[in-house]
Design a binder for this molecule. Sequence first.
Ligand code: ATP
Length: 287
Amino acid sequence: MNINDFRFDGSKPFKVNEFNTKQEGNFKKRSEAEDLRDNHINDLQGLQEKLYAEGKEGVLIIFQAMDAAGKDGSVKYVMSGVNPAGVSVHNFKVPSSEELAHDYLWRAMKVAPQRGMITIFNRSYYEDVLVVKVHNLHKKTSLPERVLTDDIFNDRYEQIKNYEKHLHENGFRIIKIFLNISKQEQKKQFLQRIDDPSKNWKFSDGDIVERGYWDKYMHAYEDAINATATKDCPWYVVPSDKKWFARALIAEIVVSTLESINPQYPEVSEERKLKLKEFRDILMSEE
Ligand code: ATP
């Protein structure tokens, strides 16, 4: 599995109609993908500990997707590999009145990662160029006339690109993941949520309404990804009809990004080593 096949960094266009959401890679059987995923989860534990100990770079993982594509499961799964003390998760819901009273990046900036930490965004400021674009929600807010031009979303793409560049240049890595499912697979997942009483809570009336805007959403995703994919802050489009494949690919993307950071435990100076030896002697001299 080569993550570069799924990486969009501005050097090739992402075309939603040409993307196969059912891909399974070269795995001969599902258990091979699950083994790879489990190995990566083990690697992730060690890498995260070093990232935390070193405290130089921070990592932001953004998950965007249509409903039922597996965002929640993906978040849970990445979390399973790491020490909770070094990770935080933030869900981006319909903005509150306080959030709407600020610029749209404000709520994300408040919870951006610290050095040494992994921060996961379940949805993100990309909603402001996705759901907001699909439903023209910006026109219902208190934005001044001068801002409400036809260029508003092109302007936002630039603002997002600049914000992500700023984070990258200040020592943070950003992994942007679009879990891409087909409309057919979403229908299957929705039916499961309706038919299985233990999954009823996952289904909300609005899910059917949003499904009706499928094509508009796909265009919005395509535009947003192409406009904000850069070498330093690329998008990964993860085929998500087969969840086991999506999970293995996500694991590979996260681990390879952490490996590229190559975090190290802080070096211990000679002076500190002598001090530690002194402490050791004190402990050993106790009865
Ligand atoms: P999820 O599907 O992410 O698990 P949910 O559907 O259970 O979440 P909701 O309470 O419905 O949780 O919150 C997510 C909703 O908030 C989505 O419909 C999303 O489009 C919407 N949302 C997020 N950000 C914005 C925004 N900036 N403007 C308008 N709606 C937004």
